[in-house]
Design a protein around this ligand. Sequence first.
Ligand code: SAH
Length: 699
Amino acid sequence: MKTFCGRANPTTGSLEWVEEDEDYDYHQEIARSRYADMLHDKDRNMKYYQGIRAAVSRVKGRGEKAIVLDIGTGTGLLSMMAASAGADFCYAVEVFKPMANAAVKIVEKNGFHDKIKVINKHSTEVTVGPDGDMQCRANILVTELFDTELIGEGALPTYEHAHKYLVQEGCEAVPHRATVYVQLVESKRMWSWNKLFPVHVEAEDGEKIIVSPSEMENCPGVPSVCDIQLNQMPSSDFTILSDVVTMFSVDFSKPVRSASTCYRVQLEPVKSGKAQIVLSWWDIDMDPSGTINCTMAPYWVKPTSAFQWRDHWMQCVYFLPKEEQVLQGQKVHLTACRDEYSVWYTLQKPKQIKIHCNDPVCRCQAHLLWNRPRFGELNDQNRTRQYIKSLMNVLKTDSVCLCISDGSLLPVLAHYLGAEQVFTLENSAVSCSVMKKFFKANHLEDKIKIVEARPELLTSSHLEDKKISVLVGEPFFTTSLLPWHNLYFWYARTAVTEHLASNVTVLPQSAALHMMIVEFQDLWRIRSPCGTCEGFDVQTMDDMIKNSLNFRESKEAEPHPLWEYPCKSLSNPQEVLLFDFRKTVPQHCLSTEGSVNLLRKGKSHGAVLWMEYHLTADISVSTGLMQISNEKGNCEWNPHCKQAVYFFSSVIESETLADLPSAVTYAINFDTKTGEILVYWALSDILADEDSKPHADIR
Ligand code: SAH
């Protein structure tokens, strides 16, 4: 069955009706899922297996039959572990139909079909009794329903229900317990993801400071979790203010309450500083004695020898509603509040006993307009300097300036740097409202005119019948996911052409798409087949992922913030396409082809693509590679942007360099009508095995 879905094209801005296959969603779900990453998580798998074996033998030791309930069975892995460990019977519950089907196949293939019953239901729909899904209540409860925040995937309500209806009192649970840890830190870098710092502008008539509205200063931000690979955060980017403390723990073998609640701990700062951020992670004990422990603790807490890379569980960054000065040795209270699905934090000095348990809700709207990386980008002073320098180059005292970007500070910069008149085009009600507040706080309401219109609906009267002499954009648009989606600027520029003076200056004057072949330290795991996992054949899952990856759009590039995922370059970065914003978008496609020389030995896991904006002839900003930091090829990426990654479905492993003149060839096509970029890759025949050939054209 086909359905039509309406959506705005992120690059061209036009509203389109797209025909979607009804299977589209679940192919996306499978292709982008974390199942592969979980199956590659050796530490997790091993510890689950140990915990399950121990639980089965405790039950058997009591002379009881071991009846297992595995909620969220996925591939069936944990049930197969239980059956191998001697469980008498397993009920494997999985709500997601394609996964439940896969579990049936995998269980069958591994010879456990008489021991494991797959139930394709949400656990709260499962019935118990002679005619029910389960014959009787289970005495072993196994689950893996955790996200980086522990409870974000609904583990608490699921456990609450399971204890009431599906398992026996005093059952064994694997994991037995989860514990959430916190550490208080000061970090300008992380704080810059939630607050806008004053922006300093050296103008000809002295220094100007752009400040944020007070509403924004005091806004607690949005409640969505900020989960990152904290292990990629260098210790120089934060200052530890407290020891690691236990915030709360949940015993999964006892009835669980999911209702909202608060936990409070006392902290004694080990250092004076500004308390801004609560870093948090959890561990799970697979057995009651706590000898089988799986932890997400970051590098400075955990001995490095036990390190396991994983992307399905990371660490959390929580922003305190406002920063508080704390003094070494002077105790403070930290409160964690949670509802069924999320956690947030507040800090109290000893005399402040009143605790506000309200979850954070953005009142200033800026947190709705700018996500956390965008806040970081706006606070990046080096970047701002490049824009200031280039604006100074192009602005004249009679410049009439139009800014096209979502919620950008460029209009303010342009005003301070001497433009005679500044207009800013804001596409959404939210960006209009935030910019209004911003201009007001800086007394610029009558200096910068906000035009709330789409570019194609811009009229001369919006511009007070003036022609634009300087058109500026960062460019940044909230609808962009992949680097080239910000080419929307080019389409907008084309749409406003009639309002531009004949000698208009466009800033950025052009954008260049760059590409490089890389070897990932770890990220390759999320798209790599697993084969067997703890001795169980899970190839069915690999095939399913491969099939979904081959499904239409799923073959497209994936956005990843590569500062979190170390990689080394195997080729030189190269410019592959240039988009000239001084001209309008051409009618014809832009295409190119070529080959890439591999310069270093290593595994070519994929290609990374990013944009560089040439603000003026000699000032550029990169949204991707910042530099290759050493002779090993380690890359440093823009910390505020996601790059586009194409994973190759077969890996070229170059042992020697002599025979690698052009191991990877590519053809890239930018369809100016649809705004889509298609890349065809071909891996050299000598290097890639037969198996890889069908994937030689990765769309
Ligand atoms: N147990 C597997 C997969 C874990 S992923 C493993 O450890 O490898 C979690 C799975 O639980 C997902 O497939 C999700 O669809 C499923 N799930 C989450 N909550 C559920 C619930 N309450 N009932 C049934 N399935 C659930």
